[in-house]
Design a protein around this ligand. Structure first.
Ligand code: NAD
Length: 416
């Protein structure tokens, strides 16, 4: 799959889609339909800043495919969340919800903004304006946003409120809300819980003992922190962790609770007394058993893939590996667990939140966690079996299953 020209994130995701479509023997018209987003909306998001001046940001909501149910996908606040990246993330949601067999399609939203530079009130105004500008696309049976990078449960509370000002109280219009206003117990930890479960299973299948396994995690936000905490409970040793400003390393294992405390106080990972400072580039090349990219996309490339010293990569972030890196790692015998399988815990518990909201009913946290693991276990079992029986990578197997389900839904519904 080596390529000369630099591909965009959407083109890169479509390389994986095309492989699956080829294997499934889908006709070109059908492929084209499944490859391209169904609908894209770009909006301006003007915000009056606290000092009185106006900033105008770019906002997007891209609905990739809704054949299997309402569109579902997060909203990202990040300076690099441009239209192509949001399109790529929307496509990944389509294949992810299908792989998990959830009754959803795939979508993604984004605003090109650095949320750390805005005050809380500015973020509230930005979120309301963005929501109002895309509100005609949203509804509990049409398109249901959730948090992603740079957004959180507070963002979802503002989105629900803005939506409710037009349509009346509708908690099922977004997921990942605070528990006090209809969020699901277990949602905040869900993605990290799924990631840590996947690591324990995949490591075990490779003959590694999760107890004492050395783990490196890039990204110490929602997904990274929960993954680190839960892995420590499994007995793993988290030796390296980083955030956007850099990371820390301790060959004896980092004290995750103390590191969290340090990050809460200082706002950054470096400077933690219990480890040595390292850069993000150095972190990725640390010797370890499992490398967990849990921050942004395209961090493992053709350049650093030959230098990685890990046995297993578990993609907690969306699209952290370029296709060239994927090929290099396959040749090197480094196993990769793909994003659409690994990080599905968030959308699974979002599904539970949505169903609880629609039924005006509350599940116990233990029930949420049990049902989450059931779905992750089923999906991992299906991917593992397909990879083994067809002699393909876990990513190829995951895309195969997801694409096949969406193609079948399109065919059954008689779209064209
Ligand atoms: P977050 O905003 O809570 O945390 C992001 C982390 O990444 C922070 O520690 C930040 O410092 C770090 N980071 C940002 N830019 C970086 C860079 N250039 N280099 C190194 N580190 C950087 O985000 P999150 O919700 O934890 O999401 C992380 C990843 O997981 C994203 O790819 C997201 O799409 C994916 N994901 C999240 C969820 C979810 O439920 N939150 C679900 C599925 C997938």
């Amino acid at each position: 799959m080596a390529t000369a020209k630099k591909l965009t994130p959407f083109e890169e995701v479509n390389l994986f889609f095309d492989q699956a479509a080829e294997r499934l023997g889908l006709a070109e018209g059908r492929r084209e339909m499944l490859r391209r987003p169904w609908r894209e909306l770009q909006v301006q998001v003007p915000v009056r800043m606290d000092d009185g001046h106006i900033n105008v940001y770019n906002g997007f909501r891209i609905q990739h495919n809704g054949a299997r149910g309402p569109y579902k996908g997060g909203v990202r606040y990040h300076p690099e969340a441009d239209q192509d990246e949001v399109r790529a993330l929307a496509a990944l949601m389509t294949w992810k919800t299908a792989l998990m067999n959830l009754p959803f399609g795939g979508a993604k939203g984004g605003v090109q903004v650095d949320p750390t530079e805005l005050s809380n009130e500015e973020l509230n105004r930005l979120t309301r304006r963005y929501t109002i500008n895309i509100v005609h696309l949203l509804a509990p049976n049409r398109d249901i946003p959730a948090p992603d990078m740079g957004t959180n449960s507070q963002t979802m509370a503002w989105m629900m409120d803005a939506y409710g000002q037009i349509h009346g109280h509708s908690p099922a219009c977004v997921t990942g809300k605070p528990v006090e206003i209809g969020g699901s117990l277990g949602r905040e930890a869900a993605t990290g819980r799924g990631v840590s479960y996947l690591i324990s299973q995949a490591a075990n299948d490779m003959g590694m003992n999760p107890d004492g396994a050395r783990i490196v995690i890039q990204g110490f936000g929602n997904v990274g922190t929960w993954t680190a905490k839960l892995l420590q409970e499994y007995g793993c040793k988290v030796v390296g962790v980083s955030g956007v400003q850099g990371g820390v390393y301790n060959s004896n294992g980092l004290d995750i609770a103390a590191l969290l405390e340090h990050q809460n106080q200082s706002g950054v990972v470096p400077g933690f007394a219990g480890g040595d400072i390292i850069t993000n580039a150095e972190l990725l090349e640390l010797e370890c058993d499992v490398l967990v990219p849990a921050a942004i996309g395209n961090v493992v490339t053709a350049e650093n893939a030959p230098k990685l010293k890990t046995k297993l990569i578990v993609e907690a972030a969306n699209h952290p590996l370029t296709p060239e890196a994927d090929d290099i790692l396959a040749e090197r015998g480094i196993r990769v667990m793909p994003d659409i399988l690994v990080n599905a815990g968030g959308v699974i518990v979002s599904y539970f939140e949505w169903t609880q909201n629609l039924q005006e009913f509350r599940w116990e946290e233990s029930h949420v966690n049990e049902e989450l693991i059931k779905i992750m276990a089923r999906a991992y079992g299906e991917v593992r079996e397909k990879a083994q029986t067809e002699g393909i990578t876990h990513r190829q197997a995951a895309f195969h299953i997801g694409v096949e389900r969406v193609a079948r839904a399109v065919e059954l519904r008689g779209f064209v």
